[in-house]
Design a protein around this ligand. Structure first.
Ligand SMILES: NC(=O)c1ccc[n+]([C@@H]2O[C@H](COP(=O)([O-])OP(=O)(O)OC[C@H]3O[C@@H](n4cnc5c(N)ncnc54)[C@H](O)[C@@H]3O)[C@@H](O)[C@H]2O)c1
Length: 320
């Protein structure tokens, strides 16, 4: 469609969530008109309260499983609960959000000829048999397990993005996001970083599932948002999928120990059985992102953890 507005109009679905709220902030900083669409399933108004007075920020309460008619130039499709506690609470809605939500956002992008980025996930690799995971790896996902509503729906969303690209010549960007952490993570979302910090601040035991020898890589939110912004601006032929995350691996036990040190907590580590389909190892190969968007995560784990701990403290977590 012809460009009439003088500012880029950018739609962020899931804009009131953890990643979405940081993305909205960055888009406003660079001068976009930002439309934040969210149904507050796992996000909150608190995450974007500081943006509401900005005349270039607009909040739309809407469930993306229903069609949406707007005029925009770019779409970042982040709407989808991302933590197992949230996405397993209503698994059918989770699948609908990724599948119907993608169809609706792709339909919108097609109508207004907007470029669209999908927040895909490392979960498309399932419990990977190759390590680290390259974009060319097809994954090892259990299609009928309790994580499938998220993993398989995200895989289907990728399929839809690529079919809209092939069939309707839509400009797409598929980013496969690996574990990201930082301020505004939900305190009760069961994700390992927020779990450990909340438990440590409350002086509760730190729960490690299994031996704690399983590894994860953790990317600080500012680094991740920078990658999404850069990827969106790449020439049209670069569709991805593109891994974005921090390749530096830590065992879950190492993470627990760092959180205990940084918070000064007296918490003990306790072990519990591993949840089903929990991958043993997850590490992105980001060679493609390094080359395409000249990007790599810059925030060391300690620095990112400190900011996240500060955020949870400011939220009153652990206060008596
Ligand atoms: N944080 C991570 O480590 C990570 C890793 C991989 C992929 N991702 C992807 O990034 C995106 C954002 O994740 P996050 O960590 O910010 O999670 P989040 O739960 O904080 O944010 C998701 C947002 O989407 C909203 N939402 C959910 N269903 C919706 C619907 N039907 N209609 C409109 N809005 C809806 C929620 O209310 C929430 O605000 C998700 O798509 C997630 O799958 C995140």
């Amino acid at each position: 469609m012809p460009k009439i507005a003088n500012r880029r109009r950018t739609l962020v679905t899931g804009g009131a969530g953890f990643l979405g709220s940081h993305l909205c902030e960055r888009l406003l900083e660079r001068g976009d008109d930002v439309l934040c669409v969210d149904n507050f399933y796992s996000g909150t108004k608190d995450n974007i309260a500081h943006l509401l007075a900005n005349p270039h920020f607009e909040l739309v309460r809407h469930d993306i499983t229903f069609p949406l008619y707007l005029e925009v130039d770019e779409i970042y499709n982040l709407g989808c609960p991302a933590s197992p506690i949230h996405y397993q609470y209503d698994p059918v809605q989770t699948t609908k959000t990724s599948v119907h939500g993608s169809i609706n956002m792709l339909g919108l992008a097609k109508r207004v000829r907007a470029r669209i980025l999908q927040a895909s996930t490392s979960e498309v690799y399932g419990d990977p048999e190759v390590h680290p995971q390259l974009e060319s790896y097809w994954g090892n996902v259990n299609p009928i397990g309790t994580r499938a509503c998220y993993d398989e729906a995200k895989r289907c969303a990728e399929t839809l993005f690529f079919d809209y690209h092939r069939q309707h010549k839509l400009e797409i960007k598929v980013a496969r996001i690996f574990n990201t952490y930082g301020p505004r993570m939900h305190p009760n979302d069961g994700r390992v970083v927020s779990n450990f910090i909340v438990q440590a601040l409350r002086g509760e035991p730190i729960t490690v599932y299994g031996s704690g020898g399983q590894t994860r890589s953790f990317c600080y939110v500012d680094d991740l948002i920078e990658a999404l912004l850069r990827f969106m601006q790449t020439p049209a032929e670069h569709t991805g999928p593109l891994n974005v995350g921090n390749p530096k691996e830590f065992t879950i036990l190492e993470l627990a120990e760092r959180v205990i040190n940084l918070t000064g907590a007296k918490s003990k580590i306790v072990h519990q059985p591993l949840p089903s389909d929990d991958p043993a190892q997850r590490q992105p190969d980001i060679a493609a992102a390094r080359k395409l968007i000249d990007w790599e995560p810059l925030t060391p784990l300690e620095a990112g953890l400190e900011k996240t701990i500060e955020y949870f403290r400011a939220q009153g977590v652990g206060a008596r």
